[in-house]
Write a protein that binds this ligand. Structure first.
Ligand code: NAP
Ligand code: F7E
Length: 331
């Protein structure tokens, strides 16, 4: 059988790097689209760099999307690139709409032009549920986004469904709830907590400042979630799936687990910083992944406490290495 080719946008991000590892293990030829930058930041894919084929492109630039797809000739396209940080979407709302919303249409148009028989995965988000209309959330729960990011993702979701129905593309939207890992960006709350727990324990920091401790999320492990993306594209018929663990935890619980694992007292180090509260908050998210379990046979393997402990340990190892004279930052 000829080699399968996959194209990943957002390959330098958390999910892109785990998906690249997963697809390489499956024997795929893996292509990634990367943005030009004055300083290359390929930390998350450095370990696999010589096995990846990278193309320069940007979601804002149609020419580069078309050229990337022509060069990669993908059987499967995973559109993971986006401005993914919810808090920043109030600071740059129009850019978020361009990257996270309209960028999806550009990708679908490039695919229609160059490789209409490929299969397309869109990284949709539980943030589309926002001020939730029902608990738990399923593929049928109406959207009520609460941030410019959530609004842009809802557009990306609907345009994916629309191109599937209008042009018969094999286009699938995965509605993924929060998923984390040692490769998570430092600004997201789990990683901010585990990094600070490690840094405070090592005497490199004293305080951790957080916003809303009562917000609840359905947090899973990124490694489990990229497997679900791949399973979706192996289906004969494209459909949308919720991917979640089915259990919600608060930010406060996350802090308690991380600090307990590091051997620290929460009250001595954690402070509330009102400037970190969001203009509109998503208070509670919890997903029902029954459809994915039934049709894809998908199950999460890493539980919440195990995930947070894994992240604390990875941050301790990272910071010990960084503070050594020859330390190199690897996420
Ligand atoms: P991430 O770590 O923030 O990675 C985002 C990726 O997108 C990076 O590779 C980034 O490249 C790239 N990118 C951003 N703007 C781009 C542009 N204009 N052109 C080309 N590439 C661009 O995000 P993640 O956590 O891996 O999430 C992957 C996707 O899933 C995102 O679409 C996110 O919105 C969505 N999602 C995430 C979660 C979650 O919990 N992680 C849940 C649901 C949905 P640079 O390295 O150059 O910045
Ligand atoms: O916030 C609260 C914050 O930034 C989680 C993205 O991957 O998942 C992610 O979006 C909660 C929120 O993730 C701080 O107010 C308190 O309620 O880690 P987060 P998010 O906004 O849920 C979805 C599914 C995506 O699609 C997104 O791309 O934690 N919180 N204090 C804080 N959050 C941050 N970041 N920093 C704080 O200090």
């Amino acid at each position: 059988m000829s080699v399968r080719r996959a194209l990943i946008t957002g390959i330098t991000g958390q999910d892109g790097s785990y998906l690249a590892d997963f697809l390489l293990d499956q024997g795929y030829e893996v292509h990634g689209m990367v943005r030009r930058s004055s300083t290359e930041k390929f930390d998350r894919i450095e370990h696999a760099r010589d096995r990846l084929i990278l193309h320069q492109g940007d979601l804002l630039d149609q020419r580069s999307l078309v050229d990337t797809m022509r060069a990669a000739r993908p059987h499967e396209i995973y559109n993971l690139a986006a401005m993914s940080y919810v808090a920043a979407s109030w600071v740059q709302p129009t850019l978020t709409a361009e990257f996270t919303g309209t960028g999806v249409t550009r990708m679908l148009e490039a695919m229609r032009e160059t490789c209409p028989d490929a299969r397309f995965y869109q990284a949709s988000s539980s943030e589309m549920f926002g001020k939730v209309r029902e608990v738990p959330q399923t593929e049928r729960t109406p959207f009520y986004p609460r941030s410019p990011y959530g609004v842009a993702k809802a557009y990306g979701h609907h345009i994916t469904v629309n191109y599937r129905e209008s042009y018969g593309l094999h286009a699938t939207s995965g509605i993924l709830f929060n998923h984390e890992s040692p490769r998570r960006g430092l600004e997201f709350v789990t990683r901010k907590i585990t990094w600070h727990a490690a840094a405070i324990k090592l005497g490199l920091e004293v305080k951790l400042r957080l916003g809303n401790l009562e917000a609840e999320r359905d947090w899973g492990f990124a490694g489990d979630y990229v497997r679900a993306m791949w399973l979706m594209l192996q289906q004969d018929e494209p459909e949308d799936f919720v991917i979640a663990t089915g259990t919600a935890h608060s930010v406060r619980e996350c802090v308690e687990i991380a600090f307990d694992h590091a051997g620290l007292e929460v009250d001595e180090h954690v402070e509330i910083d009102p400037t970190l509260l969001r203009p509109a908050e998503v208070e509670h998210l919890v997903g029902d992944a029954s459809k994915a379990k039934r049709i894809l046979g998908w199950e999460p393997e890493v539980g919440f406490e195990e995930l947070i402990r894994m992240m604390v340990e990875a941050d301790q190892a990272l910071l010990k290495h960084e503070s050594s004279p020859h330390g190199v930052r690897r996420l």
